[in-house]
Design a binder for this molecule. Sequence first.
Ligand SMILES: [Zn+2]
Length: 306
Amino acid sequence: MLSHFSSFRLILVFVLSLWAPWSSAQTLALTFDDGFNPTTQPRATQWNAQMLAALHEHKIQSALFPSLARMGGVEGLELVAAWAQAGHLVGNHTASHRSLADPKVSLEWFISDVQAADAMVRDLPSFVPMLRFPYLKEGDTLTKRDGLRAWMARNGYKSAPVSIDASDWYYNLVYAAHLKAGDADKAERVKQRYIRHLLDRAAYYDGLAREILGRSPAHVMLLHTNQINAEALPEVVSALTAHGWTIISANTAFQDPLYAQAPDTLPAGESIIWAHAKAHNLPGLRYPAEDSVYEEPLLRDAGLVP
Ligand SMILES: [Zn+2]
């Protein structure tokens, strides 16, 4: 009897292991860029707390990549520190938030900008020497792209790429404008479209990954610290979960070997999956991969652009 049961179990394990590659759940980590600025955003403290409460509620360990220009320097440091105290990774998103693809930004200047931000956030308890490039732009020339890659290798820094890019910043602009104008109904409709946009982008980049890598990686999604995320994060998490996504920690996601790779593209950057697809000359890729130019007509057609 026992031996029958054991062989049944062995067969079951064997069959499940065969199935595993096809049935494995899609996973993603949520990461946030910029940081709130209490000087220019009167509700910065409240929004920061709302985002942290939503992550805590859903037991999500995330990562924050603050830029001094966006968080108002030392003004926003306390809000960034709250993320570190809550156990979220804190990385580097430069001091000035300039694009390395800008011909006016030199490699030397960009490195000093990374170092200025490093000096500000390095002592936070959950600091990780990981760089999230502003605008996901990793250089417009080989000298800048490879020079920065070499500098990071020499200085114990790693890139913090994303696999799922989206335009949350644009939906936030439109959402905030409706709220400011007192139109809560339109703001709510923008929020619902925003959630569908994130689901759509997650599905798109996962499909691209399966095509290029032959597997669904541990994804890293790019979001920002902003009002729409402060107010919609619980709904975003529910929608992702309802569509088959399992949210994993940023720590776990970044261990996927995908993020240690350096695709050969120029201008370098965008989602790392997009960059791989570009390096493989996959047709039909749009550039920039994500931008308001794609979202604005959709919201305009729906009568939602103020
Ligand atoms: Zn940014």
